[in-house]
Write a protein that binds this ligand. Structure first.
Ligand SMILES: C[S@@+](CC[C@H](N)C(=O)[O-])C[C@H]1O[C@@H](n2cnc3c(N)ncnc32)[C@H](O)[C@@H]1O
Length: 233
């Protein structure tokens, strides 16, 4: 992964931090020795128009394919994969420390139903076939609070249209956020583009909801008294 990042920097670029603290030697070793076994990056870089999503993901052995975008330290991704061994989970994350953490757990727990994409999610999104994915989740994307940074937000009209294209069914794409501003921003995208995208459903999550408190980031927000908004489309 580290050599791919230096050879193809554009694919790994995004506006936040890729590495928050220096990678430990053991994490560098894990990435160098095992990342390519679980990663889609090389395949994505070499993809041809003839490669189907099923070939890319080797998903024929699984009942379903679920994508989690921006999995952070991977708590929800690992938990989901362990509790649903017949489902293939594709985790996308540009934060190298998080990728290394997940890779370590994949090895320690011998998890067979996770594939990783360490490059900017947009490159994965662009090459997936229409109607090829069963569910897509974005758990608390970077909020980019300042107005001048809104254009950095991952959830924008272009990506919503693409997500709707690759996900098989309506209302199988989920976004959670603790940012009221981001929540309103996404709602506005749906309401002002109702001719080209179907409408979304919203709720404020509570304890019994499936995606409530599933990540450290979310739990920190809940502890600070924030609401967790969920948008489904
Ligand atoms: C606010 S954090 C939330 C992490 C995790 N979902 C959680 O709730 O703890 C957002 C994550 O999305 C990742 N991310 C942001 N933009 C991305 C992109 N374009 N492709 C893949 N990951 C991205 C960031 O690296 C970061 O780890």
């Amino acid at each position: 992964m580290l050599d791919l990042r230096s050879k193809f920097p554009d694919y790994y670029q995004y506006h936040g931090r890729n590495i928050s603290k220096k990678l430990s030697l053991s994490n560098v070793r894990i990435l160098n020795d095992y990342y390519s076994k679980y990663s889609l990056d090389k395949k994505i870089l070499n993809i041809s128009s003839k490669t189907s999503t099923e070939q890319l993901l080797q998903s024929n052995l699984f009942k379903k394919v679920i994508i989690e975008v921006g999995f952070g330290d991977g708590e929800h991704l690992i938990e989901s994969a362990l509790s649903n061994p017949k489902v293939l989970f594709v985790g996308s994350e540009v934060y190298v420390n998080g990728v290394a953490k997940v890779l370590k757990q994949i090895l320690d727990k011998d998890i067979k139903n996770i594939r990783l994409c360490g490059m900017n999610f947009v490159y994965l999104l662009n090459i997936l076939n229409q109607n090829s994915i069963d569910e897509l989740k974005i758990i608390n994307p970077d909020p980019w609070h300042k107005k001048r940074h809104f254009k950095r937000r991952l959830v924008n009209l272009e990506n919503i249209i693409k997500i709707i294209g690759i996900v098989k069914n309506k209302y199988a794409s989920y976004i959670t956020t603790d940012s009221e501003s981001y929540f309103n921003y996404i709602n506005e995208i749906f309401s002002s583009n109702s001719k080209i995208i179907h409408e979304n459903k919203n709720k404020i999550l509570s304890k019994n909801d499936r995606l409530y408190g599933v990540s450290r980031y979310q739990r920190k927000a809940i502890k600070n008294g924030k609401k967790i908004y969920q948008l489904t489309f």
